[in-house]
Design a protein around this ligand. Structure first.
Ligand SMILES: Nc1ncnc2c1ncn2[C@@H]1O[C@H](COP(=O)(O)OP(=O)(O)OP(=O)(O)O)[C@@H](O)[C@H]1O
Length: 589
């Protein structure tokens, strides 16, 4: 039930207005018999309890009906009153103040002279109607007050909700005047840039403002743009979304949300299945060299320095880089991998550094974020860094030194906090000697080197890796393979593993697909394993010829697109980077 007390000032005004017109004192009480308004001799009693004298009021509150008492002090209702028989009141008319059929208080006209009593007595009907109307006015005011309080509280609640959002939220009218914003948006802009009087044009570029206001013309339009915002600390790149707000009168305002790009990256990363969430313990092997690699990885994870992982294709360089990232304090950030061989030289620069809108013909509207920015607060894995063109090597060096990037076509540098893990199978020292790899970059990335030996030099790891892949494919293929025959084991052991662990994984997958019971035998070994064995006996010319033909056949089978290449690499048991190298070497278009 609402409280009459909330409208006590209004009630007092009504009481005084009545008393001035009818020249009779007025007294108003709430449902607790607290006097909330009064005129004449009752005025100074406002705020005091009436429970020792307001017996007529008690009756009205109890019944919810009007009551007229012609003989105050004598009437049976007055029996408990201490002024009984000696009451100064001559006549009293009391009406309930009803809200939603409940008496929340009562209003009365109290006569102290015979003349006043006579006046009311003679016009009793009119006075009762008048008092009822006055009671209704007060009840209405109370309802209105309740409604307003509800609105204020709902508004407060909605504000608290939008202030809880980490996303910045701004609403503007169709002219671009700021209507409202949440605390996150306030924090995003430096100084007093965002205030209730701000205009969009003081927050964003003319092009962005025009794009935002454009959504006001179409209820279905939503735009997404990349923007740079000068925050209190630095310049942050954000994703801006603008959408029309539909109201009863149509679109009258536009909602704008802002979110830092690296935060979006982190969310994608967290939800991405691509990151297998490798831990360093998943990097299997019992050989001394793998033990050392694991120890090294644990040591380097805590540091920010660049790591250079060396190893042939398929030795687990990327897996190791992911494990280092997951072990480090950057694990909440993104792990972004880029293969410098797999991307054409002309695209590599914009892939790494991103570009601004209009940077070149065909550049996407709104520009594009590069891998460096995407990996902000995370790790960038530069696979096959030995294949990076010289001009980009210089740019990478600059990023590592200055910790900021410049987008292609961009004017201002963007600060980035990225740990770089580079990998290569190539002999960088030889490349340096030939002038193919920058010496300064070499020293910069080679701060912490980790070498992963090829599988043929650590065959003691075969067993544990095999068991691991068997377990994996048992689950994936719903099989129950438990054993390997001696023959199967020996074949694996005698093989030279040019494709390293990736090739082993493929061989096990192939065998598991053929396996009919709980044991893997030589029969299930891929014919490729045997073919390659024969090939190793051929002279170099023939070996290359066979390799070229095999790759060509595979390539033609799976198609020349990116997916086709991935499938071909998988079927051949080599990494995609190796496939690209071989395609270039054998001149296969
Ligand atoms: N020590 C290991 N323990 C478990 N799995 C491994 C290990 N080494 C490699 N693998 C597996 O082998 C496959 C190839 O690994 P990865 O892609 O990391 O190799 P890479 O050296 O980066 O290859 P490339 O140079 O061709 O890109 C992956 O499926 C990976 O999980």
């Amino acid at each position: 039930m609402g409280e009459l007390m909330t409208v006590k000032d209004y009630a007092q005004q009504i009481a005084e207005a009545i008393a001035t017109v009818v020249k009779i004192d007025v007294e108003i009480a709430d449902h607790n018999l607290m006097r909330i308004a009064g005129t004449g001799r009752y005025h100074k009693g406002v705020g005091q309890s009436m429970d020792r004298q307001g017996y007529v009021y008690q009756e009205v509150l109890r019944t919810g009906h009007q009551f007229v008492i012609e003989t105050p002090g004598i009437h049976p209702l007055c029996a408990p009153c201490k002024a009984r028989g000696n009451c100064s009141e001559k006549y009293e008319v009391v009406s309930p103040i009803n809200v939603d059929d409940k008496a929340v208080g009562a209003i009365g006209l109290i006569c102290f002279t015979e003349a006043q009593a006579k006046l009311i007595q003679e016009n009793q009907h009119s006075y009762l109607i008048f008092l009822t109307k006055m009671a209704e006015t007060i009840a209405l005011k109370m309802k209105e007050q309740e409604f307003l309080a509800g609105l204020v509280s709902a508004n407060h609640y909605l504000n608290s909700i939008i202030d809880c959002l980490e996303e910045g939220l701004i609403t503007v009218d169709l002219e671009g005047n700021v209507l409202h914003y949440n605390q996150a948006a306030k924090r995003m802009f430096s100084g007093n840039l965002l205030t209730p009087k701000s205009q969009l044009k003081s927050l964003f570029s003319a092009q962005i403002v025009s794009d935002i206001l454009g959504v006001g013309n179409n209820i279905d339009e939503v735009i997404e743009r990349e923007v740079h915002i000068e925050t209190k600390k630095n310049r942050v790149q954000m994703v801006l979304r603008a959408l029309p707000i539909d109201s009863a009168e149509g679109v009258k305002s536009i909602g704008i949300t802002l979110r830092p790009i690296d935060e979006i990256g982190r969310i994608v990363h967290r939800l991405s299945l691509q990151d297998a969430g490798y831990t360093i313990d998943d990097f299997l092997g019992v050989s001394d060299t793998i033990h050392q690699v694991r120890e090294r990885a644990k040591e380097v994870a805590v540091s920010k320095s660049t790591v250079l992982i060396r190893g042939e294709s398929g030795t687990g360089k990327e897996m190791l880089a992911r494990s280092i990232h997951n072990l480090s304090s950057r694990q909440q950030g993104m792990f972004v991998a880029i293969n410098c061989t797999a991307i054409p030289e002309t695209l590599l620069e914009s892939e790494l550094f991103g570009y601004e809108e209009g940077a070149f013909t065909g550049a996407r509207k709104g520009g594009k974020i590069g891998k460096f920015e995407l990996a902000n607060k995370g790790t960038l894995f530069l696979d096959e860094i030995g294949d990076m063109p010289l001009f980009l090597q210089a740019k990478i060096l600059r990023v590592l030194q200055e910790r900021q990037i410049e987008r292609v076509g961009g004017m201002a540098p963007i600060p980035v906090d990225v740990r770089v893990i580079a990998a290569t199978h190539r002999n960088l020292e030889e490349m340096m000697a030939k002038g193919e790899f920058r010496e300064d970059l070499y020293y910069r990335i080679n701060v912490i080197p980790i070498d992963i030996k090829p599988l043929r030099e650590r065959k003691e790891d075969l067993q544990v890796l095999c068991e691991h892949f068997i377990k994996d494919y048992n689950r994936q293929l719903n099989k129950d393979v438990q054993f390997m025959t001696e023959g199967f084991r020996k074949k694996l052991y005698d093989y030279t593993w040019p494709g390293n662990v990736r090739e082993l994984q493929n061989i096990v997958e192939f065998a598991m697909n053929l396996a009919k019971d709980s044991t893997l035998t030589e029969d299930y070994l891929s014919p490729r394993l045997k073919t390659i064995e024969i090939q190793t006996n051929l002279n170099e010319f023939n070996l290359e010829k066979v390799e070229r033909e095999t790759i060509l056949r595979c390539y033609q089978t799976f198609g020349t697109g990116v997916q086709g290449k991935e499938k071909a690499a998988k079927a051949l048991g080599i990494g995609i980077a190796t496939l690209y190298r071989k395609l270039a070497r054998y001149n296969i278009e």
